[in-house]
Write a protein that binds this ligand. Structure first.
Ligand SMILES: NC(=O)c1ccc[n+]([C@@H]2O[C@H](COP(=O)([O-])OP(=O)(O)OC[C@H]3O[C@@H](n4cnc5c(N)ncnc54)[C@H](O)[C@@H]3O)[C@@H](O)[C@H]2O)c1
Length: 464
């Protein structure tokens, strides 16, 4: 197909969990545009060109295959692709800074700024730059300054288009989003740029879900959305701790409060804690922003969401240790799931990492099972690698185990034959359901000692 056949040429820098799926969806829904995704990671680009995509996401391969080679291309070549594109999405990683000013809280912008400088040096025509990465408020303004300080007389307009997809349901979220947010400066050129981006998404998303705002509101909304979502999880998790003390059942409490339409029933599921690359990072970014402006009470309020999450993870390990007679040393403990949530291979900030680390410190024999995340788990746990066992088959992982801990809510763990599993475990056999996904009464009847989150423990002997 000749280049002229395409009405827009779009580039995305960063072929990760956001860049890859987002661009695949744009290309699949808009065959009239040429969409190219570049990354510095050659292996990742090769994987995007194959049927073994670098990330596991239900339905993604079908979307990629619909457009790949037609109007969706993957490449490691940056310069020419920058030159040829009119619109450049930047979807590189923005992790928490680990050094210097703001270490542990603020976003590390080095990858983002490098992209801005690469774009400026390669560009030969005016361009719209779209912030897809999650960034601190006012980054777009700073980037526009860097980009527009060029000697070529080129004009760059920076637009913020934060991504709200959730891993595990990315394809569904991109196909049918609750909303798409596009923020820009409210100048004539800013509004023109905004309209160009609206036009892309209007190809398949109804206009009433295409929300526009000023730049700073768009940037801030992304941090606030993730902070609110995480806040609900920490809120119900805090209540789960109380439920365990007063013999209440957190699922019953969730159901009762979730029926209140002012509260709503989503994100009220108690668990071992939230993970993922975004929640903690984005909350801490918000905390840092508040501290920068001297809003220390506001910062402390949001920081408590992260602290509560850490408490929940700690509590889970303490429960395991206490139930196993205060020693897990040399005991085989099978972790069912290492991904931070079901239907993804992503393990970034997974509670599984903290739990494994703590159990290893206590010299437990940890066996990790996960249908999709073992490769990433091995990388995360490389410091322990020769001491940890990895076993994709949960039956084998639980063989001769003293305990099973459910860490990820994979559907398959609900459907296992727990009688068979129990028959091959050490006695007494324990199960710690960190996701509250199993039939606890049935497990108890099989013979397990069952420790759900926020519900009475079902044990076959008296705990002292
Ligand atoms: N993962 C999510 O669920 C999610 C959801 C919404 C928003 N976000 C945000 O989107 C952004 C990207 O997140 P992600 O999960 O896709 O990260 P990721 O680490 O999966 O992908 C980022 C990619 O950018 C590439 N990269 C870095 N610098 C580059 C450069 N100079 N040139 C070319 N490629 C470069 C990296 O090699 C990597 O493949 C982050 O800001 C994140 O906060 C993530």
């Amino acid at each position: 197909m000749s280049k002229e056949k395409f009405t827009k040429k779009i580039l995305c820098i960063g072929a990760g969990y956001v860049g890859g799926p987002t661009m695949a969806m744009i290309a699949a829904r808009c065959p009239q545009y040429k969409v190219t995704v570049v990354d510095i990671n050659e292996e990742k680009i090769k994987a995007w060109e194959s049927d073994e995509l670098p990330i596991f996401e239900p339905g993604l391969l079908e979307v990629v295959k619909e457009a790949r080679g037609r109007n969706l291309f993957f490449s490691t070549e940056l310069e020419n692709n920058i030159k040829e594109s009119e619109i450049i999405f930047v979807s590189v990683n923005t992790p928490t800074k680990t050094f210097g000013e703001g270490a542990g809280k603020s976003a590390d912008l080095q990858y983002w700024e490098k992209c801005a400088r690469d774009i400026r040096s390669a560009a030969e025509s005016d361009k719209i730059i779209v912030e897809k990465s999650t960034l601190p408020v006012k980054t777009a303004i700073a980037m526009e300054r860097i980009l527009n300080e060029n000697e070529k007389g080129l004009k760059f307009e920076v637009v913020s288009n934060p991504e709200f997809l959730a891993e595990g349901t990315a394809v569904k979220d991109l196909e049918n989003p609750d909303r798409v947010l596009i923020g820009s400066k409210e100048t004539e050129s800013g509004l023109n740029a905004r309209n160009e981006i609206v036009e892309i998404f209007a190809n398949w998303i109804p206009h009433d879900r295409l929300i526009t705002s000023n730049l700073m509101s768009a940037e801030l909304s992304k941090l606030v959305a993730n902070s609110f979502l995480a806040q609900r999880i920490s809120s119900i998790n805090s209540i789960s701790a109380l439920c365990e003390k007063v013999d209440a059942n957190v699922s019953e409490v969730s159901r009762a409060i979730g029926k209140d339409s002012r509260i709503g029933n989503k994100f009220l599921h108690a668990s071992v804690g939230f993970g993922g690359s975004c929640f903690k990072k984005d909350i801490l970014n918000l905390v840092y922003l508040c501290e920068t402006f001297g809003l220390y009470e506001v910062a402390a309020y949001w920081e408590s969401i992260v602290k509560m999450n850490e408490y929940q993870e700690t509590r889970f390990v303490q429960t395991i240790n206490k139930a196993l007679f205060n020693t897990v040393t040399n005991k085989r403990i099978a972790l069912f799931g290492f991904a931070f949530k079901a239907n993804t291979s992503d393990t970034r900030e997974s509670p599984a990492f903290y739990i494994t680390k703590k159990l290893m410190e206590e010299k437990a024999h940890v066996v990790i099972s996960d249908p999709k995340a073992i490769k990433n788990a091995k990388v995360d746990l490389k410091d322990f690698n020769n001491k940890i066992e990895y076993e994709i088959d949960p039956y084998k992982a639980a063989h001769h185990a003293h305990a099973i801990a459910i860490i990820t809510e994979w559907e398959l763990y609900k459907e296992l034959d727990y009688e068979k599993i129990y028959s091959n475990m050490e006695r007494p056999a324990f199960i710690f359901d960190g996701r509250n996904i199993l039939d606890h009464q049935k497990l108890f009847e099989i013979g397990f000692n069952v420790y759900p989150i926020g519900k009475p423990h079902l044990i076959h002997f008296n705990e002292s």
